[in-house]
Design a protein around this ligand. Structure first.
Ligand code: ATP
Ligand code: MG
Length: 496
């Protein structure tokens, strides 16, 4: 068998366990990923040692749970337990868990008791899916494969270990894990496993929203959120997570849309995944039209959806709060949903409207709003955005975001001017500042407090008429420079 490449932090754990006379296997998702040639997200080790024995073998560990899992912290090679070394996030802590038997899940979510075992087979039997039930001995370079996990990996199949109904009854979250893994790995769910989900979807009622949210997030963050959401709906799980989405099924839209509201939202979030956008943009893409069903009215020969973004922002907030997302994420997604109509309404696109939009959605969110628009457009099934218009939006945002050329750029202001020279508030201040601006525009190196203060002292000695001429000339130069700047932005986007 070919050797997998195992990071030294992981080797250190298995070698130490074996040196002390214990068994040690890599297990679960990391072995699955090794077989697939993917980089594991985290590394789990299973052993016949019990927590106290594991803790005794390593300089730095923590143990704060009831499942027997000991976190082994990577430390420097000289054994200095106080210093955490510079290692990859996924290798900082290696989780080591004794072989376990889980029994009697009376509430469909938590085993009533966790029993440690001396047999690897017991531990593999409690694993959710065959593809997650492989164990790998690094020292022997051997795979333990009791449930044909390698075959299912090869055929890209998610199948429960043992009877699917029994396994989902033990822990309903596994139904979501099946769909999440299939979306992350582009695997199919085995027919009997799928059937068991369909018939037992109600078990999700027993699962905490936090656990549901974590799986839901992984689905949205995967490369195939559309596939995950389609499965959630098909297998009857979506109504326990986001029933609001299902209301979009069959809701026909205006002529510009090829799809109903539900499919439009799925296609939008899929595009956001294709682009590798953040969770917030993905959630906004998924929910941006969530209130179209309740806002739909018959217009002249078409449908209207007035105000759906206002209602939609409210509904999105409700959904995300129910799913217990952190406030920061909720606030951002809600803002994006609230303002997503802006760029579709072409009449609104004046520079001052763009400025107002930036105030509404926040400077930090304006480019995400643009990206949301791109997802929204692609989600309609129409050909790509007219490239000219897209570039035009970009140019306008940059133009609105930039600081205009003005005396505000100077390393001196009116207040300071009045401190250093003996003048009263009045036109002389404006003339002087604009005369200084003209010099700085010609030679930006002159924009220092020292130069400007000295030069100001000379300027105020000039007869008022001469100073006025210099000031007026400065204003004109400023306007020209500002225009130049705008031209530069526009031409960098190839727009007029
Ligand atoms: P990821 O790539 O997201 O880490 P994973 O399959 O490794 O996916 P983890 O949550 O890290 O998922 O769990 C590690 C392993 O523990 C799984 O591969 C599986 O063997 C087992 N496992 C996790 N959750 C369950 C569960 N609810 N029921 C049974 N086994 C589980
Ligand atoms: Mg894992």
């Amino acid at each position: 068998m070919k050797h997998f490449s195992i990071p030294k932090e992981v080797l250190n754990v298995t070698e130490n366990l074996e040196k002390a006379g214990f068994e040690a296997f890599l297990v679960g998702g990391c072995v699955r990923d090794l077989v697939l040639g993917r980089e594991p997200k985290d590394w789990d080790v299973t052993t016949n040692a019990v927590p106290e024995e594991i803790i005794a073998l390593f300089p730095k560990t923590f143990y704060e749970n009831t499942f027997g899992t000991v976190g082994v912290v990577a430390v420097r090679e000289d054994g200095d337990a106080e210093t955490e070394v510079e290692v990859k996030e996924s290798l900082k802590v290696i989780e080591v868990t004794p072989y376990r038997i889980e029994s009697d899940y009376t509430d469909n979510r938590h085993p009533d008791k966790v029993t440690f075992s001396k047999k690897l087979e017991d531990d593999l039997q409690r694993r959710d899916f065959t593809v997650n039930s492989l164990a790998y001995s690094v020292s022997k370079n051997e795979l333990a494969d009791l449930y044909d996990g390698q075959k299912d990996i090869k055929n890209k199949i998610i199948r429960t270990v043992g009877d699917p109904v029994a396994r989902f009854t033990e822990d309903g979250l596994r139904m979501l894990r099946a769909i999440r893994l299939s979306a992350e790995l582009s695997f199919e769910i085995a027919p009997e496993t799928e059937k068991a989900i369909l018939e037992n979807a109600h078990l999700l009622k027993n699962i905490s929203m936090e656990r549901i949210r974590d799986e839901f997030t992984k689905m949205i963050q995967s490369t195939e959120p559309m596939m995950a959401l389609t499965s959630l709906k098909k297998l009857g799980l979506l109504s326990y997570i986001v029933p609001e989405l299902e209301e979009g099924v069959g809701i026909e839209q205006t002529k510009t849309h090829a799809y109903d509201v539900f499919e439009h939202l799925l296609r939008s979030v899929q595009h956001s995944a294709q682009k590798g956008y953040s969770l917030e943009i993905r959630l906004a893409a998924l929910f941006h039209d969530i209130s179209k069903p309740e806002s739909r009215r018959k217009g002249e020969g078409t449908w209207t959806f007035y105000g759906h973004e206002v209602l939609g922002a409210r509904v999105t907030k409700k959904i995300l709060e129910r799913l217990k997302y952190p406030t920061k994420i909720i606030e951002k997604v809600v803002k994006l949903v609230r303002w997503h109509m802006f760029f579709s309404d072409t009449e609104q696109i004046t520079l001052s409207a763009v400025r107002r939009m930036i105030v509404n959605v926040g400077r930090e969110n304006i480019w995400d709003l643009m990206n949301l628009r791109i997802c929204d457009r692609i989600g309609t099934g129409r050909p790509k955005e007219d490239p000219y218009r897209l570039r035009k939006y970009h140019a306008m945002i940059e133009e609105a975001l930039r600081d205009p050329v003005s005396v505000g750029m100077l390393k001196i202001d009116g207040k300071r001017l009045m401190e250093i020279v003996d003048i009263k508030p009045g036109p002389v201040i404006g003339y002087t500042l604009h005369a200084l601006l003209e010099e700085v525009l010609e030679d930006p190196k002159k924009n220092t407090a020292e130069y400007l203060e000295n030069r100001a002292k000379e300027l105020v000695l000039l007869p008022i008429n001469e100073l006025k001429v210099l000031g007026e000339s400065g204003k004109q130069t400023r306007d020209e420079a500002d225009e130049e700047e705008v031209k530069r932005i526009r031409s960098s986007h190839w727009v007029k």
